[in-house]
Design a protein around this ligand. Structure first.
Ligand SMILES: [Zn+2]
Length: 152
């Protein structure tokens, strides 16, 4: 929940974002407008671009609601998943009163990938896992593992 809502419920002393005095913390502020969040998104965008050449569309409707209307090129599935993970990370940073960072967001993405990998390994679906995560695999050697399993 945002501070704006928590304040109405008398659970916090101020409705403001803890980084932005005088600015109530709405969902849009927390996930997009806050300079701390914006800086993190810019860095995550660069990270994605370096990995896949994919240009993250920097608009609140895209980042917050996953609405992709302005472009012809469709968004890869993995990008939608990454956006969900990063939003969740932003929310948990807020709850833990930590400054969000791109490193933290990337770590959160890699944790999800690792959990999915262990499930995929149990079900002998490592190849599918590699196809899904592509350049976002936290350990590129996984790809050889997946292909090796295919050969065997
Ligand atoms: Zn803020």
């Amino acid at each position: 929940m945002t501070n704006k809502k928590l304040f109405v419920m008398k659970l916090v002393k101020s409705p403001d974002c803890r980084f932005c005095p005088g600015v109530p913390e709405s969902i849009v502020h927390m996930l997009w407008e806050c300079p701390k969040a914006r800086k993190m998104w810019e860095e995550v965008k660069t990270w994605i671009k370096d990995k896949t050449d994919y240009e993250l569309h920097m608009s609140p409707s895209y980042i917050i609601l996953n609405i992709d209307i302005q472009r012809d090129e469709s968004t890869p599935e993995i990008i939608w998943l990454i956006l969900i993970i990063v939003r969740q990370y932003l929310y948990s940073s807020k709850c833990l009163e930590k400054i969000p960072s791109a490193q933290g967001a990337i770590k959160a993405i890699q944790q999800v990938e690792q959990i999915e990998l262990s499930i995929a390994t149990q079900h002998r679906k490592v190849e599918e896992h590699c196809m899904k995560w592509g350049n976002f695999l936290s350990n590129p050697a996984t790809f050889d593992l997946g292909m090796g399993a295919l050969v065997l």
